[in-house]
Design a protein around this ligand. Structure first.
Ligand SMILES: *Cc1c(COP(=O)(O)O)cnc(C)c1O
Length: 450
């Protein structure tokens, strides 16, 4: 055993020694504002020195509890031993050849793992890219090549990225789309089964929303014109919305019956985040294509489209790719992350995180009626805040104030949701239970003072 260093050596303890952000972070932030484009924001401008397990250390020596995982990326931690070991070895061997010029084994190995781990026992193939948005764009290219159709159906509250096509696929205007049009054509949006806000109640929501969505598709687009239906099995940026029971299977059946490629965007919900390898497994859904990124490679930039071999092979040779897609260091990182997920049973850990979090949050909801809804699965848990539980009027101010209060005490939390009123919790799956509970104590204290 070599001695631990870097983020792996970071004590798993919260420590607040300055205001947050502290003086050194503020100095760096001033420099950053001079040279980094204003359109690139940061949730909390503390500048990081090390991160690992459930802790982020900043330049002022503060140690924050991490309930964000760099937006659901560092599920294995930000310095997981197997990721560091494999990526460092690959870095020393070679950094890049371009898979489209001379290939290497790591890329193939990642595609083999994806074929094994994704739902369904049909023949599967994959293509690797750098970012989630790029994976979604390529899923559309592949679906169009396979079906020879153009229309793409997406859902209310959906998020799929920031490139031109994925902005079109994304629902929310501010901040993702505002002023950045015109957007790609042939994108159509239909209702999603958002149980908490469904007019006739959560029990009716799944079948009713599916019927509405299918009616809109058949009447407004024509099923025979649709190349792909793309959905996040748990909607991420839109507010950790779990489509009400029955919705996903009904949409999948409609897609199958009409020769439409069903694409599960598991970029946020995949790779053990929800206590399954992929969130769609909970309802036995087998997607035609599945897009992955975020948690796939322990923080290294990698993304994939995986799916039925005959669909994946529809694009002509040379039609898919990119200079860096499936970079060898990122592939090594992915193999390290997958090794860690299996070795530490991170699906089991995610389920345990859900149990602890939902238990504590339910107790808080009894005391604080501002908590309108608690939802999510595994280590992808959110609370939706409202002004009054009867009217369900969104309370974005409370979400902002709570996040701020948590940050000041050294707990990193993120907000999300179409109405900006959702606090989301995405701890690394390797976080210790003591840190998890300490984070929940801070949240409870912040509610009490709100
Ligand atoms: C983050 C995200 C994307 C975009 O991924 P990037 O790597 O930021 O391009 C797409 N879909 C979902 C569901 C996401 O959460």
């Amino acid at each position: 055993m070599t001695e631990l260093s870097g983020g792996a050596a970071l004590p798993q303890e919260r420590r607040v020694v300055t205001a947050i952000p502290g003086p050194k972070s503020l100095e760096l932030q001033a420099r950053r504002l001079e040279t980094v484009a204003g359109g690139v924001g940061s949730v909390l401008p503390v500048f990081t020195t090390r991160a690992g397990g459930g802790v982020i250390e900043d330049v002022d020596g503060n140690r924050l509890i991490d309930f964000g995982s760099g937006i659901a990326v560092t599920s294995v931690g930000a310095s997981a031993e197997a990721v560091v070991r494999r990526a460092a070895a690959q870095l020393a061997d070679f950094t890049h050849t371009c898979f489209m010029v001379t290939p290497y084994e790591g890329y193939v190995e990642v595609c083999e793992k994806l074929a094994e781990l994704t739902p369904g026992d049909h023949a599967k193939k994959s293509a690797l890219f750098n970012s989630g948005a790029e994976a979604v764009e390529n899923a559309v290219k592949i679906a169009r090549a396979h079906t020879k159709r153009q229309a793409v159906v997406v859902f209310d509250h959906g998020y799929h990225g920031r490139t031109n096509l994925t902005m079109a696929l994304t629902a929310k205007n501010m901040p993702y789309k505002h002023g950045f049009g015109p957007f790609a054509p042939e994108v159509y949006r239909v209702p999603v089964a958002y149980g908490y806000r469904w007019p006739t109640g959560a029990e009716n929501c799944g079948p009713e929303a599916a019927a509405q969505a299918i009616d809109q598709i058949t009447k407004q687009i024509g099923a025979e014109n649709v190349a792909a239906i793309i959905i996040e099995p748990v909607l991420g940026e839109g507010g950790f919305i779990e489509p009400a029971k029955g919705f996903l299977p009904a949409i999948v059946k409609f897609a199958n019956d009409n020769g439409i490629v069903f694409v599960a965007d598991e970029i946020q919900s995949g790779f053990c985040r929800t206590g399954q390898w992929f969130a769609c497994e909970d309802e036995g859904v087998v997607p035609d294509l599945i897009t992955t990124a975020k948690g796939i490679a322990g923080g290294l930039p990698l993304a994939a489209v995986t799916g039925r071999a005959e669909i994946m092979d529809a694009a002509h040779p040379g039609g898919l790719g990119g200079t860096y897609g499936g970079n060898p260091v990122a592939c090594a990182g992915a193999l390290g992350a997958i090794e860690t997920m299996l070795e530490l049973d991170l699906n089991g850990k995610a389920k345990r995180i859900e149990e602890v979090m939902k238990g504590r949050l339910a107790a808080m909801q009894e005391k604080f009626p501002v908590i309108g809804d608690i939802r999510g699965r595994g280590a992808m848990i959110a609370i939706e805040l409202v002004k009054d539980p009867a009217t369900k009027e969104p309370n974005a101010e409370a979400a902002g104030a709570l996040a701020k209060a948590c940050h000041a005490e050294g707990l990193l939390v993120l907000t999300c949701g179409t109405y900006g009123n959702v606090l989301r919790f995405l701890p690394p799956l390797v976080i210790g239970e003591d840190l998890l509970n300490e984070g929940l104590d801070i949240i409870e204290g912040a509610f009490a003072r709100l």
